[in-house]
Design a protein around this ligand. Structure first.
Ligand code: SAM
Ligand code: SF4
Length: 335
């Protein structure tokens, strides 16, 4: 390990090793995906409550000293935060940080992919819910030209050398589920890791909860195309389960927050854009890091106390936001 750091990864009271921090760098977004953010947007975090670059770097230093090795930069849409590449460059220089990944909708990647790669982002997850330009407007509530930018963004990510490139597809019955086979077939041609995500109910998407389609059904449709073998999956393997067609350069993954719980393998906590530390994506438990940070107090004890309260599992339920911990949208936590 670099710089002689010896901190062991933190463990929570269930023995889970927590070495992964997801950082939401903004709650804003340049898309309005129908399953995520309402067209009119959400009540945005006031500017003075957002963590500055200096503050995010300080939080990450404290986490790294406690054994955190991997970061994911997310949002809202992280690329709309001014100066993101410079922030990444600073985070990559924090002793102990070994891996930085990015979750993005890809819109700004044609302009930013190369500088983000050079700044230290190694891996990228890009959301792409349709392969059909004419559908994009209905799903993302933005014009078709934005779709073309995303497709260019995926090319730019490949050209910039991100490895792996993962494509996240939220599957919605009646919206894009007839494209499951097309997405899966792409993994036979391209080194894409296509991950189908089950729709998670939150306060802002209850009108479409009927569009839920389970990973079992998704996989059954993919299997109709040919033999699928379970595979270990690409680097950064988190909650997804991966499969591949024999000889295919890419993989097919499923993320199953509702139909199968993966909480026993949870290795992460989330820093929100306003400095709240959320110990479970769908838990009500969160701890304010901004106040001690701005008061100049050490964060280590606060982080360890928060971890001691990390819930054993989430209680998300099909068709209801009761178990979503008061979340309006995943854009508030970074997913
Ligand atoms: N804006 C970036 C993006 O779209 O990739 C990062 C933030 S977004 C909240 C992270 C991931 O959560 C995306 O893959 C998105 O498709 C997914 N997501 C958002 N809302 C969701 C929901 N209600 N159910 C399932 N996945 C969701
Ligand atoms: Fe924006 Fe990502 Fe939410 Fe879509 S899923 S509205 S791109 S934050």
């Amino acid at each position: 390990m670099s710089d002689g750091l010896t901190a062991l990864p933190m463990r929570d009271r269930f023995g889970r090793r927590i070495d992964y921090l997801r950082i939401s760098v903004t709650d804003k977004c340049n898309l309005r995906c129908v399953y995520c953010m309402p067209v009119e947007g959400l009540p945005w975090i006031p500017r003075e409550e957002l963590l500055t670059d200096d503050e995010i770097v300080r939080v990450v230093r404290e986490f790294a000293a406690l054994g955190t090795r991997r970061l994911r930069i997310t949002g809202g849409e992280p690329t709309v935060r001014p100066g993101l590449a410079e922030l990444v460059r600073r985070l990559a220089a924090v002793p102990g940080i070994e891996d930085i990944a990015l979750s993005t909708n890809g819109v700004l990647l044609p302009k930013m992919a190369a500088e983000l790669r050079a700044a230290g982002v190694r891996r990228v997850n890009i959301s792409l819910d349709t392969l059909r330009e004419d559908r994009f407007e209905r799903i993302a509530r933005r014009p078709a030209r934005v779709y073309r930018e995303i497709r260019e963004g995926i090319e730019a990510a490949e050209a910039a050398g991100f490895d792996p490139v993962k494509i996240n597809v939220v599957v919605l019955r009646g919206w894009n589920d007839d494209e499951i086979e097309d997405f899966a077939a792409l993994t036979r041609e391209r080194p894409w890791h296509v991950r189908f995500i089950e729709l998670m109910p939150t306060g802002a998407n209850l009108e479409i909860v009927d569009a839920f389609i389970s990973a079992d059904e998704i996989l059954a449709r993919v299997r109709a195309l040919g033999t699928l073998e379970p595979v270990p999956g690409p680097l950064g393997n988190g909650p997804a389960r991966y499969y591949a067609f024999p000889g295919a350069p890419g993989t097919v993954g499923v993320i199953t927050p509702l139909s199968h719980t993966y909480c026993m393998r949870c290795n992460r906590v989330r820093l929100l854009a306003d400095g709240q530390l959320r110990t479970c994506l769908f838990g009500t438990h969160q701890v304010d890091l901004r106040t001690p940070l701005r008061a100049g107090r050490p964060l280590g004890p606060v982080i360890l106390d928060a971890l001691a309260e990390k819930p054993e599992r989430h209680y998300l339920q099909l068709g209801s936001d009761v178990g979503s911990g008061g979340l309006l949208a995943l854009s508030q936590t970074g997913g």
